[in-house]
Design a protein around this ligand. Sequence first.
Ligand SMILES: *[C@@H]1O[C@H](CO)[C@@H](O)[C@H](O)[C@H]1NC(C)=O
Ligand SMILES: *[C@@H]1O[C@H](CO)[C@@H](O)[C@H](O)[C@H]1NC(C)=O
Ligand SMILES: *[C@@H]1O[C@H](CO)[C@@H](O)[C@H](O)[C@H]1NC(C)=O
Length: 279
Amino acid sequence: MDEDRYATSSASRSSDEDITQALLPDSKIEDATTTVARRHGRGNIIRFVTLQFFLISIYTTIFLALRSGDRDHLVYSPAASALKFEKIRYNATLVIESAYNGPPSPEVDAAWTALLDNMNIAVPKSDLDKIGSTSIRIPNTSTYFAGLGVFHELHCLKRLRQYTWKEHYFPNITPNDERLNRLHTDHCLEILRQAIMCRADISLFTLQWSEDNLHPRADFSQEHECVDFQAVFEWAGKRRVDAGAPGLLVHPKFGVAYPNGTSSKIGGSEDVSATIVED
Ligand SMILES: *[C@@H]1O[C@H](CO)[C@@H](O)[C@H](O)[C@H]1NC(C)=O
Ligand SMILES: *[C@@H]1O[C@H](CO)[C@@H](O)[C@H](O)[C@H]1NC(C)=O
Ligand SMILES: *[C@@H]1O[C@H](CO)[C@@H](O)[C@H](O)[C@H]1NC(C)=O
């Protein structure tokens, strides 16, 4: 009888297998037992291995993220490896001591020039392929002219500063140069607006009452999540090209692009194409 067989086999086996066996004729019992055991064993191994791979990939991701500040990037840049994030407290008092601020002086100009020193870099074609773009090849090399966005933005900030001292930086210019200068300045304002909105700093500023003023005082001296600029600057420095060097930028039809060494102070042309050579 079925009940008898169930009773005898259940004595030595676990319940899952017992039920399976109880429902099968005698001849199939042995086959079914090994198949079920094998299926259970294989399933456990697959689950175990999958779990291990899952954990390893999570730990690897966390390790890499902690080590280099790596994040997922929507847009390729060869400089991604240079990105490190750090907390930086802004200097935000009304009067700020800074090498980049204040009336025109050889020291302030030198500080800005140094900041923009790594504006032009050489990149391999594979980098351009990854962003779906092309560039001008650097003569006698297999590399191409390029630059990091941050340096164009800094160039724009430098231009805006110069415009606030325009009698000093652009004296006695023609009405047409005046117009081009205005265009270049507006171009830079728009670049910086887009750059600021692109990065959207979400650190908080706060308000305080002061003893001597009706109006609340804003405190902008908070911590911000910042890129370690020095690391990016040095990354670019290792690939730096002197774009103004003789023979490097030669138009195939018109010849040497900057026969006089540097671009004009105004910024070259209506499309602001000359920002590549900083002075
Ligand atoms: C704040 O000012 C100090 C002193 O001038 C300077 O060393 C520091 O780099 C400045 N911090 C920032 C974020 O610019
Ligand atoms: C590239 O090589 C040619 C031939 O050797 C040379 O005449 C030219 O000056 C080189 N150009 C640069 C920018 O080095
Ligand atoms: C270079 O300088 C010379 C002499 O000042 C000037 O005549 C010429 O137009 C300048 N060329 C360019 C492309 O700026």
